[in-house]
Design a protein around this ligand. Structure first.
Ligand code: DAK
Length: 258
């Protein structure tokens, strides 16, 4: 897979997608978002891939939507043209786990894209922010919605209204990222996490992802009912037979193709 604004790496069952516009701090433009959608859908459909990692460079995950591209947009380019909606949210349709791996800046649309991943692993160099107010717009890809749900209203309002960046330690403390690693070990450690998941039954990983995401869209009772259906259905799958018989036989389970 060859792209102008992405680099692709394969690590066994883990596919790595790297945002790659180094001269523009990986600013997100239409071409990159179209390519990202294409790569995500291909890996989601590829039976040899169980987990997708989305990352940037050592210096930047993404410094936001491309301000140079947006500067002269009119209302017609945005609302009727469905700017953001038309190609930024493909990642939300991906059914396999997507881990966001962030070093350096994740700002504006970059922070919003990171928050669309299933969870985030960060380098100690990571900095997260929603500085859209400084360029005269509101966030447009979920910043005012996902940030308060993740880190709480007070911190989210502070970041969104002042444009203050938070560092990796504050991001971990507030629940925006799950783990922090030293920058020079980031990819090695993130791939180890991704490989742990890739060795699990992919069908169960997909069901867990689906169920967790329901928690944000429904009541507790309905969410638990949704989860329970997956749990019951699991007893009709090879993954449950293999997992439980391997446990009882005191051997390592082999979930290949499950
Ligand atoms: N877009 C375009 N180019 C960018 C960019 C961006 N977001 N960020 C950086 N660059 C470019 C710089 O212009 C510079 O280009 P040259 O001058 O070399 O040609 C190059 O990347 C290197 O940047 P710096 O020289 O500034 O590098 P520094 O290390 O000094 O600073 C920085 C790094 C990330 C702190 C700084 O570049 C920065 O503050 N960047 C802008 C961050 C920002 O404001 N991000 C939010 C963007 S607004 C909506 C839809 C979408 C959105 C909102 C609404 N609707 C539909 C309603 C989303 C908006 C945003 O994301």
């Amino acid at each position: 897979m060859e792209y102008a604004d992405l680099l692709i790496e394969n690590h066994g069952k883990v596919a790595v997608i790297r945002l790659n516009r180094p001269k523009a701090m990986n600013a997100l433009n239409d071409n990159m978002m179209n390519e990202l959608g294409d790569a995500l859908y291909k890996f989601d459909a590829d039976p040899s891939v169980n987990v997708i990692v989305l990352t940037g460079s050592e210096k930047v995950f993404a410094a936001g939507a491309d301000i140079a591209a947006m500067a002269n947009y009119t209302y017609a380019d945005t609302y009727p043209g469905n700017y953001i909606g038309r190609n930024w949210e493909h990642i939300l349709n991906v059914r396999k786990p997507v881990i966001g791996v962030v070093a350096g800046y994740a700002l504006g649309g970059g922070c919003e894209l990171a928050m669309m991943c299933d969870f985030l692993i960060a380098a100690d160099s990571a900095k997260f922010g929603q500085p859209e107010i400084k360029v005269g717009v509101t966030p447009g890809a979920g910043g005012t919605q996902r940030l308060p749900r993740t880190i709480g209203k007070a911190k989210a309002m502070d970041m969104l209204l002042t444009s203050r960046m938070i560092d990796a330690a504050e991001a971990e403390r507030t629940g925006l990222v799950s783990r922090i690693f030293p920058a020079d070990k980031l990819m090695e450690e993130a791939l180890a996490v991704a490989n742990t998941i890739a060795e699990m039954p992919v069908s169960v990983a997909m069901a867990i992802k689906d169920s967790v995401n329901r928690a944000f869209e429904t009541t507790l009772t309905e969410g638990v009912r949704y989860e329970r259906r997956f749990f019951h259905a699991a007893f009709g799958t090879p993954a449950q037979k293999e997992g439980m018989s391997a446990f009882l036989a005191k051997r390592k389970a082999n979930f290949e193709g499950m």
